[in-house]
Write a protein that binds this ligand. Structure first.
Ligand code: C5P
Length: 297
């Protein structure tokens, strides 16, 4: 028997970052929006825990127990007294180490798939608790849609979205390490008075109304200066997307994927085509939001 779960990528339409906490994490006001790019995680009973991955960027995905899908299976098995002897296969379509929560998606997908395979009877809150232990972005991968994440980003409040938004994502060569980007944020803000992170009311209203122009005006990412400092070439990608007609451009999460908000689906296709030939990124993807969270297929 096998179970397959489909899980979306995310873009952060606001990422407000506070000062480093004693535990090294940062308090956030993190407005997540799930976008229609998906990984699929299939779990099958096996003789031992094994992870495989397919897709154009599969070679960049670790297949050992650092993979969040493996960690999710082990965490659920331990909690409910099961044996994590399963084969987890990841059909990967989300950019790897790109700031789009691809690893978190695989963790949430594996958790939901193993839960269905084993029939643990775990409640939604119990699953969300395991997600939060696996990583700050994993709970959102389970719930999808749009949500405000506070704390490390793991405490979620669902948000209303009044319409579809159309995005283009420019995938860079190579990934960026999330801890390295946060460390650069700390370095860049060492002399500054970092305010408490707070969600932007203008942004939440724009989302709720489905108003693309208001959303474009309100997009922000406090990690963007740090990502640009580590990867200065991203400035040219952002400029190329703006010149191609994007209403707004920003680094997605900790990067290096960059996100471009388009006025409509046709414009997104055109911006993707122009960016693709600009020589400022490896490849581009167009996708709409919001998208549902982890879903059993
Ligand atoms: O929670 P997760 O494992 O995804 O976090 C990866 C890294 O990102 C952490 O080790 C930390 O360096 C950084 N981080 C942070 N503050 C957050 C979330 C992540 O500093 N709220």
């Amino acid at each position: 028997m096998s179970v397959t779960v489909r899980v979306p990528a995310k873009v952060n339409v606001q990422l407000a970052v506070g000062a480093a906490r004693p535990d090294g994490f940062h308090d956030l006001a993190n407005v997540f929006l799930a976008v229609g790019l998906y990984d699929e995680v299939t779990v099958t009973e096996a003789d031992e825990l094994r992870v495989t991955c397919s897709g154009p960027d599969a070679a960049q995905v670790p297949l050992d127990r650092t993979n969040l899908a493996a960690r999710a299976a082990l965490a659920l098995a331990e909690r409910y007294g099961r044996d994590a002897r399963v084969h987890l296969h990841i059909a990967k379509d989300i950019p790897v180490a790109g700031g789009m929560a691809g690893g978190s998606a695989d963790g949430a997908g594996a958790l939901l798939a193993c839960d269905a395979l084993w029939g643990t009877g775990a409640s939604r809150d119990e699953l969300l608790g395991i997600c939060a232990e696996l990583g700050s972005d994993v709970p959102f991968s389970l719930v999808g849609g749009a949500a405000l994440g506070t704390g490390r980003g793991e405490r979620l409040r669902p948000l209303e979205v009044g319409g579809a938004f159309h995005w283009v994502f420019a995938v860079a060569d190579g990934g960026l390490s999330t801890p390295a980007v946060y460390a650069e944020f700390d370095r860049l803000t060492a002399q500054a008075d970092v305010p408490e992170p707070a969600a932007s009311e203008d942004l939440l209203t724009a989302l709720a109304k489905g108003d693309v122009h208001a959303l474009a005006a309100a997009l922000s990412n406090d990690l963007q200066p740090a990502a640009l400092s580590l990867r200065p070439s991203l400035a040219a990608t952002l400029a190329a997307g703006r010149a191609a007609g994007a209403l707004a451009a920003l680094v997605s999460g900790s990067g290096p994927t960059t996100a471009f908000l388009a006025p409509d689906a046709a414009a997104a296709t055109e911006i993707a085509r122009t960016l693709q030939t600009s020589g400022t990124c490896r490849t581009t993807r167009a996708a709409a939001s919001p998208a549902p969270g982890a879903t059993l297929l």
